[in-house]
Design a protein around this ligand. Sequence first.
Ligand code: SF4
Length: 142
Amino acid sequence: MVMNPILWPLRTGLRFIRDIDGLFSYFSFKLFPKTYVIEGACQKRGICCQNIAICLSPSFWKHSWLKRLAQRYYTFVYNFQHIEDLEEHKVIKFKCNYLKEGKCSIYRRRPFICRQYPALQYFQKPEILPGCGYRIVAKNKK
Ligand code: SF4
């Protein structure tokens, strides 16, 4: 699909900012001690790419325009497709349009959000999607 010549530089600029932000998150994440560890391996089933859960803070849910803005941001910058809102979990769910025949079509330049999956969270037990090849184990149980 050919993109509008005005939108293309805008998307490229926003992706650059997104990647800088991803890089900072990656390094700041390394500073915190972890309660859990990740075991297993990717089974290349594309489950994570079809069930992308973006968690938004409560203020996004209080103001619907803010939530819509976040939704448009992920649609435009990440090329995700909105599936549904899971308000009880404060999550917007997407699938990725770069997933082609079960594989990532931009694998080498995929964003940090994909490179870090499954991400260990700082303060709560992370969740793994059913069918995923990874599992989360408490550190002291190893
Ligand atoms: S960019 Fe690639 S790895 Fe990331 S969600 Fe899309 S298909 Fe999956």
